[in-house]
Design a binder for this molecule. Structure first.
Ligand code: GDP
Ligand code: MN
Length: 407
């Protein structure tokens, strides 16, 4: 889960990391007031869950309160498209207004979890302000990497070395305190990323975290209630939110094959085999180990709401749940949710034969696949446009026929 900059700064401030004075605003008049309160000049910063805002026009300096109000007027409701967002961008709904910092030098500081060493790793550079990817490309010698043993923590000798490399000898005590506090925050809040770009040296010689980015491990949120309540629901996809509230694990993807799978591992495999068969998944959906008629219905509802989905692939493993129960669940779900696109089903595991029999006798038409590869090829074929035009008609016809028969 990503925190907004202002939220990350709140967390860091509680650890004693110096951050600029500021307030979140929602209206131009707010921005005018806050700039008066803080004193000028101020910076106005778009609070959207992405980086690269400065270059995209999402970070602006105002010398007067009227200017602050005018900038806010222009930014509220605007779509900010940055290098990291893709073309759809993010709508600006909140602006952080902060007292502008009098910057002497910009540094880069981050802590990430390095998967190859399985350790938190501090990455720092005296070339802050630009993206770390750009520093890595142009000045690889200026990147400092310090792996941390989580059992020992960020040790004093490592902190000393960092201060030396970042030329912070004049900020001796202050820098040591800040680096230790940053690691503590990273560790105690279960971050997967903590990034200050820039961490600045002010003209006064003091340090200040001018920007902050914090990503929290979703799997740790259950024990970080203070953090999980910071989630900005307005920034989430409504379908993904609805899925989460019903206990489904759903993520939208750019393709056109809707997937309904039980178990995250099988869901990943399913996407892989679809890709191998030349198809493109439209979503990742894990209905949970126990695929019930309710979760299956909800899955159908959410998948079919997306107009780009041309075929659905149901791939269920009867481990916790029996295949015959799943087959009945699918039929029951399809009675409530009308699905007008082809549905390919592959069932395996406990009571597979019974499940297949139930599907064959069902009043709707499905494509029943024998194995995973078979299924992936079938659904990829059905999802391409040429096929779906004729296919759709015949499926619709059969389904109406089936409905009539039932009545
Ligand atoms: P990002 O582009 O999304 O990473 O947003 P940042 O908060 O990092 O802002 C981008 C750049 O704007 C920084 O690298 C600074 O150069 C500049 N900037 C941000 N805040 C201030 C400030 O208070 N004073 C000054 N002088 N520059 C600032
Ligand atoms: Mn930044």
């Amino acid at each position: 889960m990503k925190l907004h900059e202002y939220q990350a700064k709140e967390v860091l401030a509680s650890y004693g990391v110096p951050v600029p004075e500021g307030r979140v605003t929602h209206f131009p008049y707010d921005a005018w007031m806050v700039s008066m309160e803080l004193g000028l000049p101020v910076v106005l910063k778009a609070q959207v869950l992405t980086g690269g805002r400065g270059k995209a026009g999402g970070v602006k300096l105002a010398k007067t309160s009227d200017e602050a109000r005018d900038i806010a007027q222009e930014l509220f409701g605007k779509k900010l498209v940055t290098k990291q967002t893709g073309s759809q961008g993010f709508t600006i709904r909140k602006l952080l207004v902060e007292k502008a910092a009098d910057i002497d030098r910009e540094l880069y500081f981050s802590i990430v979890v390095d998967r190859t060493t399985s350790r938190p790793t501090v990455i720092a550079s005296k070339r802050g302000g630009m993206s770390i990817e750009e520093v890595a490309e142009k000045y690889p010698e200026d990147i400092i990497k310090i792996p941390i043993d989580p059992a020992a923590g960020f040790l004093p000798y490592q902190i000393r070395r960092l201060k030396y490399d970042l030329e912070l000898t004049a900020q001796e005590k202050e820098a040591a305190k800040i680096f230790a506090a940053l690691y503590k925050a990273f560790y105690e809040k279960d971050c997967t990323l903590l990034e200050l770009n820039p961490l600045v040296v002010l003209k006064s010689g003091h340090l200040l975290a001018v920007d902050a980015k914090m990503d929290i491990d979703e799997n740790a949120l259950y024990r970080r209630k203070d953090i999980s309540k910071m989630r900005d629901l307005t920034e989430s996809d409504p379908d993904e939110l609805e899925a989460r509230f019903t206990g489904l694990n759903f993520i939208k993807l750019p393709g056109n094959i809707g997937c309904m799978v039980n178990g995250a591992g099988l869901a990943m495999t399913t996407m892989d085999v679809i890709k191998l068969a030349g198809g493109e998944p439209a979503n990742f959906l894990d209905v949970g180990g126990e695929a019930t008629p309710e979760t299956i219905s909800k899955g159908f509802e959410i998948i079919t709401r997306d107009p780009k989905v041309k075929a659905i692939f149901i791939n269920i493993f009867g481990g916790i749940v029996r295949c015959d129960k799943v087959a009945n669940g699918i039929i029951q779900a399809l009675k409530t949710v009308k699905v007008k696109i082809p549905v390919v089903i592959r069932l395996t595991g406990m009571n597979k034969e019974e499940g297949m029999e139930i599907l064959k006798k069902a009043p709707m038409k499905f494509y029943i696949a024998q194995d995973l590869r078979d299924a992936a090829e079938m659904v990829s074929e059905l999802s391409n446009d040429k096929h779906s035009a004729t296919e759709k008609k015949s499926t619709e016809k059969e389904n109406t026929k089936a409905e009539k028969k039932e009545k």
